[in-house]
Design a protein around this ligand. Structure first.
Ligand code: HAM
Length: 466
């Protein structure tokens, strides 16, 4: 019986092995092997260690702001049901129409890599029952977004956004607060920005305005670019986003949405502007600002670098109010507003601006440099470093440089006040030398007492050490 089984199984196994052999490169003799190297996919980029100082500065800055303004951290999955974004952002938006990373999941359902996170956060607000919590619920996130856009400077297919959402309140102060957070984010980094702001009112007001806009554009149709003619049919508000030279004059003369807002919508918007005036946040009223995502109502805004040059010419961030999204996603009517900032673009702006203005990102500062001499000392140094790891003392070291002079040069560059020196003799005696880098005076200390000795010198005392 067993033998029989073996026999019947033998054929297919052989076949599979044969197929595999055909497909893998490993079967080729090494002479046949073509050397292949890989680069990141088009529109995606690596963030290398030398960039870390910018990214870290941005993250630390935004985390502090979030804490101060009392936003709680939310993380939503990168993969979501595709229909979530179609429903929220709108079928005719560029993001849904052209830029979604769509896949069919194993069960045949349509999923996509999130192109933005407002829809995800609102989905979580509804599906995780956050509407049961005291309102408003203020949340922030930091993570990758994906848009299959045409890559260019500052425009990627995978990029990082930090976002703030304030769900459960309709108050001009909430809009002003979000703008203030965005403004402070750049101000704290020393980067001048300006806020472009507009109100697009309610859907009814917008509908009336759209008709007026279309009436106006119909009379200019023969002068419009190809894309604008399509926009007239699909999404007339996007006519105001056109960047083509030939459409600029027409756009400037177009009716302005503010004239089509109700008194209530106008006075809501005026209140937002009043708050911004009081805060001293500079803004520019831009009647053509409509944003590219369908969920907005009332206040909309974008953040631009003041220099207005280079890739950062495109918006660094944007946001607005989205009072109807909760209902659109199956929740109870819930007012909300939010904004997101593009970190990749902000890093580009920061680098350019710092370079132009000779500013520097503060380097990590160290208190001690640990120098070692010889093989035995290297092993012992690793052990001592590991013991000092949680001491709260900031220690730099370089285990791959063998000369003491080179190591002390590094210590000087890092401007540390003290260096630890461990040679063969110290290993044997269970001691270590503490060198005052300014005076050059050296002191021998028992290895077991290093932490205490260093803390005394650095005037760092734990409560119980006092
Ligand atoms: P958004 O204007 O589509 O808004 O994106 C916000 C920011 O993300 C942009 O200003 C830009 O800095 C960055 N960004 C967008 N696309 C790219 C790209 N392809 N490459 C690099 N950076 C990019 C939103 O996503 C809304 N969810 C904002 C929001 C939050 N509204 C309410 N709450």
């Amino acid at each position: 019986m067993m033998l029989k089984n073996k026999k019947t199984k033998k054929e297919p196994v052989k076949k599979i092995v044969k197929d595999k052999v055909k497909k893998t490169d490993d079967s080729k003799s090494s002479a046949d092997k073509v050397k292949k190297t890989w680069t990141a996919l088009r529109g995606m980029h690596d963030i290398l260690p030398k960039e870390e100082k910018y990214w870290k500065t941005m993250y630390n800055n935004v985390a502090k702001l979030a804490e101060f303004f009392q936003f709680g951290r939310i993380e939503t999955p990168i993969l979501e049901e595709a229909s979530l974004f179609v429903r929220s952002i709108g079928k005719t938006s560029d993001v849904v129409e052209k830029e979604m990373y769509l896949f069919e999941d194993n069960d045949g359902s349509k999923v996509c890599l999130r192109p933005e996170a407002t829809a995800s956060v609102m989905r979580a607000y509804v599906s995780d029952g956050l509407w049961n919590n005291p309102q408003p619920v203020k949340m922030w996130y930091w993570g990758p977004m994906f848009r299959h856009d045409r890559p260019q400077a500052g425009r990627y297919r995978q990029f990082t956004q930090v976002g703030f959402e304030n769900i459960g309140v309709q108050d001009p102060a909430a809009d002003a607060e979000l703008i203030l957070v965005a403004y402070n984010f750049y101000k704290d980094l020393g980067l001048p920005v300006e806020i472009h702001i507009n109100s697009i009112g309610t859907p009814e007001e917008r509908e009336r305005y759209k008709n007026e806009l279309l009436n106006y554009y119909r009379t200019k149709k023969s002068y419009l670019c190809e894309e604008c003619r399509k926009r007239m049919l699909k999404n007339p508000l996007r006519l105001l986003d056109c960047k083509e030279e030939q459409c600029q004059g027409i756009k400037e003369e177009a009716p302005q949405i503010i004239d089509w807002l109700s008194e209530a919508s106008k006075s809501y918007f005026m209140k937002v502007l009043e708050y911004l005036d009081e805060l001293g946040v500079p803004y520019i009223l831009r009647s053509s600002l409509v944003r590219g995502l369908d969920y907005y109502t009332h206040t909309v805004f974008e953040i631009y670098p003041v220099s207005g040059e280079g890739p950062a010419q495109s918006a660094l961030g944007g946001g607005g109010r989205y009072d109807l999204l909760a209902e659109e996603l199956g929740g109870k009517p819930t007012s909300a507003s939010g904004m997101a900032l593009g970190i990749d673009r902000s890093v580009i702006y920061m680098k350019e601006y710092y370079q132009q203005n000779q500013l520097r990102v503060e380097k990590e500062s160290y208190e001690i440099f640990f120098a070692q001499l010889g093989d035995r000392a290297k092993g012992r140094a690793l052990k001592l470093l590991d013991e000092l790891r949680n001491s709260g003392i900031k220690i730099a070291f370089n285990l791959y440089k063998n000369s003491l002079k080179t190591q002390l040069d590094i210590a000087n560059e890092l401007k540390v006040p003290y260096a630890l020196i461990l040679g063969q003799k110290e290993v044997q005696e269970g001691t270590v030398i503490i060198r005052d880098m300014e005076s050059g005076i050296q002191e021998i200390v028992d290895q077991k007492k290093i932490e205490m000795a260093l803390k005394k010198k650095l005037k760092k005392f734990d409560e119980e050490d006092k």
